[in-house]
Design a protein around this ligand. Structure first.
Ligand SMILES: NC(=O)c1ccc[n+]([C@@H]2O[C@H](COP(=O)([O-])OP(=O)(O)OC[C@H]3O[C@@H](n4cnc5c(N)ncnc54)[C@H](OP(=O)(O)O)[C@@H]3O)[C@@H](O)[C@H]2O)c1
Length: 283
C-alpha cells in the first residue's frame, strides 16, 4: 500500500466525521481515462473523491478506487442522489444503484444533489438517506446546494442534521453568510467549482500577486484561500501535474490580509451560471 507524503488538514463535522481539506472533483472524468485519473490522484495522496449519479461516472470512480494501491478504508467516496429520484421508493433504489455502480459495499458519503424546492420532495430523499445509513449501506449523509431553510426543514422533520453541504464557493462567490451558518452548526462546507472552473479567475491580479509572494501558482493561491476559510475544496483535475499541485496547496498558509484581498473579488452575481438553489433545479 502506498503512503502519501502529503499532509492535508482535516475539517470535522458535528458528529466527528472528518474530511480532508482537498478532494478530487470528477465532473467530466469518465470511462477509462476517468478511472485512471482517479487512480493517479489516490496514488498522489487524495483520500476524498467526489462523483454523482448524474455525472455518469460512478463506474469510473469505482474502478479508479479498485485499481488504486490504497487501503479502501482510508478513502471517502462521495456520490449524489439526482432530483428525479427524490420520492421515497425511487430514492431507495437510486441509492442502491449508485452503490452497485461504484462497486462498493457502502458509499462513504451520499448527498442530495439539489433541493429542487418546487418539486418539494427533498425531505423524502433525506429520509431515504437516513434509512440507508441505518442499514449500513451508506456511511455518512449530507446535501448539496441547500439553503439554510432547506437544512432547517430536513433536520426539523427527521431529527437528523446533514454532515456536509456541498455548495458553489470561489473568490467571485465567497458565500460568507452561508459558511458562517454551517460553521455554527458543525456542517462541513464543501466548495464546488473551487477554481471557478479554471478560467479568468486564475488571471485576477490579486490572485497572481498572492501566488507570486508565496512562489506558488494562481490555482494554489485560490485553494489555499479555501483552506484558510475552513472549506473543503474539490478541484477537478485530469492531469497528475494539476492533481499534485492542487493537493500541495493544502499546506500553504496565507496571511489574513491575503485571504481578505481575495475575498474582496466576491460579488452578489458571482455565480458561474444561474445556479441559485431557490430557482435552479436539476433532474
Ligand atoms: N454539487 C454540485 O452541484 C456541483 C456542481 C459543479 C461541480 N461539482 C463538483 O465540483 C467539482 C469541481 O468543480 P468544477 O469541475 O466545476 O470546476 P473547478 O474544479 O473549479 O475547475 C476545473 C477546471 O480547472 C482546471 N484545473 C484544475 N487544476 C488546475 C491547476 N492547478 N491549474 C490550472 N487549471 C486547473 C481543470 O483542468 P484539468 O482537468 O485539465 O486539470 C478544469 O478545467 C466537479 O468536478 C464536481 O465533482 C458539484
Amino acid at each position: 500500500m502506498s503512503t502519501p507524503s502529503v499532509t492535508v488538514p482535516l475539517f470535522t463535522a458535528h458528529n466527528g466525521f472528518a474530511l480532508p481539506a482537498i478532494g478530487l472533483g470528477t465532473y467530466g472524468l469518465n470511462g477509462e481515462a476517468g478511472a485512471a485519473a482517479v487512480t493517479t490522484a489516490l496514488g498522489a495522496g487524495y483520500r476524498l473523491v467526489d462523483s454523482a449519479f448524474n455525472y455518469e461516472n460512478e463506474g469510473s470512480v469505482g474502478r479508479g478506487v479498485a485499481d488504486a494501491d490504497v487501503d479502501r478504508a482510508q478513502i471517502i467516496v462521495t456520490t449524489k442522489l439526482p432530483g428525479r429520484h427524490h420520492r421515497t421508493e425511487r430514492a431507495r433504489t437510486s441509492i442502491e444503484e449508485s452503490r452497485f455502480r461504484l462497486g462498493l459495499d457502502a458509499t462513504d458519503l451520499h448527498l442530495i444533489h439539489w433541493p429542487n424546492p418546487s418539486q418539494d420532495e427533498y425531505v423524502q430523499a433525506w429520509s431515504a438517506l437516513v434509512d440507508a445509513r441505518s442499514r449500513g449501506t451508506v456511511r455518512q449523509i449530507g446535501v448539496s446546494n441547500f439553503l439554510p431553510e432547506h437544512l432547517e426543514r430536513v433536520e426539523r422533520e427527521t431529527g437528523v442534521r446533514p454532515v456536509v453541504n456541498q455548495i458553489e464557493v470561489h473568490p467571485y462567490f465567497p458565500q460568507e453568510d452561508q459558511l458562517a451558518y454551517h460553521r455554527d452548526r458543525g456542517i462541513i462546507t464543501e466548495a464546488w467549482s473551487p477554481l471557478g472552473r479554471g478560467r479568468e479567475l486564475l488571471e485576477e491580479p490579486v490572485i497572481v500577486e498572492v501566488a507570486a509572494a508565496h512562489g506558488i501558482t494562481a490555482a494554489q493561491a485560490v485553494l489555499a484561500w479555501h483552506v484558510a476559510r475552513g472549506t473543503v475544496a474539490i478541484p477537478k483535475a485530469a492531469s497528475l501535474e494539476h492533481q499534485i499541485s492542487n493537493l500541495a496547496a493544502a499546506s500553504v498558509q496565507l496571511e489574513d490580509a491575503e485571504v481578505a484581498a481575495i475575498s474582496a473579488l466576491g460579488r452578489p452575481d458571482g455565480r458561474l451560471f444561474d445556479g441559485d438553489p431557490r430557482t435552479h433545479e436539476e433532474s
